[in-house]
Design a protein around this ligand. Structure first.
Ligand SMILES: Cc1cc2nc3c(=O)[nH]c(=O)nc-3n(C[C@H](O)[C@H](O)[C@H](O)COP(=O)(O)O)c2cc1C
Length: 170
């Protein structure tokens, strides 16, 4: 069999277009209704997509006044999707800068176990500088430092093999 393209449904609560929430057919009233996302994931699964993808950053962006920018906590969200679906992959973002490897390993292992091996990790070092303030730091660690830590972090979570027993989407 040749190479296959993997298709993910990348769900942003407010939509990917800046003004998506203003469209008459948008569902802004359901953005905090977990059943809304379960239904979207079920439709993606029925359409034979490979995964749902949930991006995250542990901070609000600066321009919150223009559109919905909140972030639902990804593991809470992915757990709800896991129980509403059977086969679709469950990819979530976890930051190597603002988590400890133990936290990440535990979260992904739990999700992976009860979803029968469907968890996937979007590994990021976090771009949003203001995340630092949410963790009691004076400033966001510089690029090189974040990526050095990320190398170690991924090795630790992945039993030193460089990649965990999860589906890595780097
Ligand atoms: C498909 C895709 C998904 C991404 N998801 C996230 C995310 O959920 N959270 C995040 O902080 N950054 C995310 N990023 C951004 C990158 O991880 C990275 O932080 C960004 O490219 C900035 O690069 P830097 O690492 O040089 O600062 C994503 C990038 C891509 C291409």
């Amino acid at each position: 069999m040749g190479r296959q393209l993997k298709l993910n449904l990348f769900i942003y609560p407010g939509g990917h277009h800046e003004a998506a929430w203003r469209h008459p057919k948008s569902h802004t009233d359901r953005l905090l209704d977990i059943r809304f996302y379960q239904e979207l994931a079920q439709r993606a699964e029925a359409a034979k997509l490979d995964a749902v993808f949930y991006a995250d950053g542990p901070a609000l962006v600066s321009n919150v006044q223009f559109a919905t920018r909140f972030r639902i906590e990804p593991f809470t969200w992915l757990s709800a999707i896991a129980v509403a679906t059977e086969r679709i992959g469950l990819i979530g973002t976890a930051s190597t800068t603002y988590l400890e490897p133990y936290n990440a390993a535990r979260l992904f292992a739990s999700l992976d176990h009860f979803s029968n091996g469907r968890a996937g990790w979007n590994i990021v070092t976090t771009g949003a500088e203001r995340a630092a303030q949410n963790f009691g730091l004076d400033e966001h660690p510089p690029y090189a430092e974040r990526y050095d830590r990320a190398d170690d972090f991924v090795r630790v979570v992945g039993n030193r093999r460089g990649c965990p027993g999860l589906r890595c989407v780097r």
